[in-house]
Design a protein around this ligand. Structure first.
Ligand SMILES: Nc1nc2c(ncn2[C@@H]2O[C@H](COP(=O)(O)OP(=O)(O)OP(=O)(O)O)[C@@H](O)[C@H]2O)c(=O)[nH]1
Ligand SMILES: [Mg+2]
Length: 294
């Protein structure tokens, strides 16, 4: 699963990535995120510890790709690739290679996490303008999607806003995108207020929202396959009488009893894949209960 992280330079993408890894790698919440690459693992943990001390990472100067895995107990749930675009990729001219790469990523991504500096958005007219320019290509690319994709709007630096900040005003900057998502049968969206620093807030929301939908989608596919295998098993079983067996032999088809057993075996194998997804899926639903879905 490809998760693409987007946002202007300085929006807080790399900071989030590190703190998300640090938080979930420790196994808190019953879920564990693991990075196969030992050097990246160490780098991310060090960066997460620094962020908790209020020490932020340097700007990203090239695209970073992390191969990660979500685990619950002893079950591996999802392998996912997390991409950190260099900031500014979105604002460059549409002829540039980066813009083309971005559109390709937007259409191919299995999940999208868009980062917006909430403090800049609220405090400066420039911040609101930047959000409009950022949202336009995303809204356009999502309208062209014909496959399922979760989308998270991550509002960063919410620790810099007052306790009683105007959430409605913050959210209204995304109305066109949110409306486009509501119209689309393929996109499942949410919006999360984040704080990355010594007093972190909502860190697991964006990543677990994306992974939850991937797991839910897989569970739905398996459920459909099990139902179809069970129906076929019942159909073969109904033909498993003297005349049915004779007809199958006459047509050169397999024994209906064997076909029914094969279909039951298939359903059982699919259930063995579905079963480990049920409990973590329910736990994720509880963890994400507070997030709006549009
Ligand atoms: N107060 C506060 N500052 C943050 C937070 N997240 C990021 N910052 C600040 O924002 C700066 C930029 O964060 P980065 O994570 O490097 O931003 P980026 O989106 O990766 O930027 P590029 O790599 O240039 O694309 C950091 O150096 C911090 O100063 C946050 O949650 N709270
Ligand atoms: Mg960065």
């Amino acid at each position: 699963m490809n998760i693409v992280m987007l946002g202007h330079s300085q929006a807080g993408k790399t900071t989030y990535m590190a703190l998300m890894y640090g938080t979930l790698n420790s196994g808190s919440y019953g879920f564990e995120v693991l990075c196969q690459d030992r050097a990246q693992h160490k780098h991310l943990l060090r960066a997460a510890q620094a962020v908790l001390r209020g020490d932020y990472p340097p700007p990203t100067d090239h695209r970073q790709v992390y191969d990660l895995k979500l685990r619950h107990g002893l079950s591996d749930l999802v392998d996912f690739r997390w991409r950190d675009h260099r900031g500014g990729a979105l604002t460059e001219r549409s002829t540039s290679q980066q813009s083309a790469d971005l559109r390709r990523d937007l259409l191919a991504a299995d999940a999208l996490v868009v980062f917006v500096d909430a403090y800049e958005l609220i405090a400066t007219p420039r911040g609101a303008r930047k959000v409009r320019t950022l949202m336009a290509p995303i809204t356009a690319a999502l309208a062209d999607r014909t496959t399922f994709v979760p989308l998270v709007i991550s509002l960063t630096k919410c620790d810099l806003l007052g306790e009683d900040h105007d959430t409605g005003r913050l959210n209204s900057a995304f109305d066109p995108l949110i409306n486009a998502v509501r119209q689309s049968p393929y996109v499942y969206g949410t919006i999360v207020e984040l704080a990355c620093g010594p007093r972190p807030r909502n860190i697991v929301g964006p990543v677990l929202f994306c992974l939850y939908w991937a797991i839910a989608k897989r569970a739905e596919e398996l459920d459909n396959e099990i139902e179809s295998a069970m129906q076929q098993a019942a159909m073969y079983q109904a033909q498993n009488h003297l005349m049915g067996r004779w007809l199958a032999a006459w047509r050169g088809e397999p024994h209906p009893g064997h076909s029914a057993a094969e279909m039951l075996g298939r359903a059982q194998a699919q259930y063995a894949q579905l079963e480990p997804l049920i409990e973590p899926g329910q736990k994720l639903e509880e963890l994400l209960d507070e997030l709006p879905v549009f």
